[in-house]
Design a protein around this ligand. Sequence first.
Ligand code: 5AD
Length: 342
Amino acid sequence: MMTKEQVIKVLKNVNSPEAEEIFNKADQIREKIFKDEVHLRAIIEISNYCVKDCLYCGLNRENKKLKRYRMEREEILKAAEKASNFGFKTIVIQSGEDPSISSDFIGEIIAKIKEDFDVAVTLSLGERKFEDFLKWKEIGADRYLLKFETSDLNLYQKSHPSLKVASNKRIEILKNLKEIGYEVGSGIMVGIPFQTYESLAEDLMLISELDLDMIAIGPYIPHKETAFWRDLEKIEIKEIERTTLLLISLARILNPTANIPSTTALSVLDPKEGRAMGLKCGANVVMPDLTPEPYKSMYEIYDGKTKSKEWDEEEQKKLHQMLKEIGRKPSLKKGFRISRQN
Ligand code: 5AD
């Protein structure tokens, strides 16, 4: 077990022999638990409307330049069918925090997807009412994804200016979701302005304490139409990509059986290598974006996210080729956290 001070020290020295050891150990643990299998989850971004004011995110409500969309039921189901036909065993229904999407609408989508396809359904719709979570679980949703972003309550408040007090209710929500039977995913961003090494070490402790089924750790990527664009010189974390990878490795060592994605943001920051690097540092999951155009290009959380093209045979082949090159293969199972029935 590492102390907080030791974690801080290695995060500040991502090229040290100690860091190298951590990368290796994480990969060994990943291999022992998951062998060569990688779980593929298809994301469908059903709406880019958002009521939140997150200063790091391009979907924030103040961004008037962004054209907003909500996908229709049939469009969502068509995208789900495509994902299922490509062999994806999990479909992630994701959106900005959009309370105008009714819980019944989501409920119908869940029911229809579960009825028509042999897949797990993950929801990633931000903060909603407890009764919505409960209803969607009863209908058949399997997992919920909600990043707490940072455990540093002052930083959380600073990046959400409408918050009256330094608090983060997502941590409480995660506990509730777990209690009502969801597999729960959460995580953080690495390198947002004002974030410190100490807070990253604390994030890692909180991640492990919450005993998450899925852990998402991604690099911060600036977006012009956000307030944090003006605070980029306040970024304290050096070597954000490598620091992200090291945190993925540490998360793996502390949480051997958790599903850990090589995050999309990693692949955007480093289009050639990012995804493979995550998988080599302890990650065992990849989550490609199967949102159809024109919507995919409009889901602009950060700059560059939309440069890749719509999912097709060629993209699928590229992904499988990459996995092959690093000695992995796509899993044919739904990829629940091990110890549960797959
Ligand atoms: N860079 C990287 N990730 C971001 N997110 C939001 N904005 C950014 C950004 N600029 C992530 C957050 C959030 C999700 C919508 O995307 O973790 O939970």
